[in-house]
Write a protein that binds this ligand. Structure first.
Ligand code: GLN
Length: 248
């Protein structure tokens, strides 16, 4: 497949601050799977000191998780200017993946463990609240059944925030094992247009390559205004790892 005419720019938001539990593995997986299809790819790192208009250049967006301290710094930056650019991209169907703390930012607000309210971007109809500093962390391996895929997804979650979805957003998955959005409704993550929010670290994309290909296809479709089917890759190792984790 000669795809040199195609080019994808991955916009990696706050790689220096929002990057816990191996989240950078998602960038490695996306880059690898794009290049394997003979498509040109670039990773554009966008952080606090960078010009917000860089966000406009991204064909796929990614932001990982963090702890409350980093979330405060990033949130301030997002609310100043970058958030407007990010909102426009999400509303315009740019595919993106937002993990844990990043997922929480897309909602209306995040009430941190110390009770402080961190205002969100209000793009996703949801809110997140931590029950407090002594609250149980929702931590451990997680298995989900995404509504978009036939396969199970595996990952690792570690958060105190409990996310509750409103009426104008769909959950991404059903929880089979673990906690997910909160410890009550057995739902995990959210999907809005082509943007996915999830609590799955792990990182999610190398463990569940179906999702990486989904984001890549959506990005190509949006950029080149036609359906482009990706050549299948040999994912036998990834699937073996997933099977092993599911058995556990
Ligand atoms: N600080 C958030 C919480 O604990 C996010 C954690 C994360 O991104 N891993 O809910």
């Amino acid at each position: 497949m000669k795809n040199k005419k195609y080019f994808l720019n991955i916009g990696w938001l706050y790689p220096d601050l929002m990057n816990t539990y191996g989240d950078r593995g998602n960038i490695i997986a996306l880059f690898y799977r794009i290049k394997k299809r003979g498509i040109k790819c670039n990773v554009l790192k966008i952080s606090v000191s960078d010009n917000p208009s860089l966000i406009n250049e991204a064909d796929i967006l990614f932001m990982g998780g963090a702890q409350d301290k980093q979330q405060e710094i990033v949130n301030k930056d997002l609310l100043e200017e970058k958030g407007k650019y990010l909102k426009d991209k999400i509303e315009d169907y740019t595919p993106g993946l937002y993990v844990c703390g990043a997922y929480q930012f897309l909602g209306k607000y995040y009430k941190a463990a110390d009770g402080k309210i961190i205002k969100g971007l209000g793009i996703f109809d949801l809110y997140t609240e931590s029950p407090g500093i002594n609250a149980k962390r929702l931590i451990g391996d997680i298995v989900t059944q995404p509504f978009l895929f036939k396969s199970f997804f595996v990952g690792f979650e570690n958060h105190t925030g409990r996310t509750y979805l409103g009426k104008n957003i769909n959950p991404f998955s059903k929880v089979i094992r673990g906690y997910g959005n909160n410890d009550k409704d057995k739902l995990e993550g959210a999907i809005y247009k082509n943007s996915i929010g999830t609590y799955l670290h792990g990182p999610i994309l190398p463990k569940n390559p179906e999702l990486a290909d989904y984001l890549i296809e959506k990005a190509l479709e949006k950029k080149y205004h036609k359906k482009i089917h990706l050549k299948k890759l040999d994912d036998s190792l990834e699937m073996k790892a997933k099977k092993f984790l599911l058995k556990k």
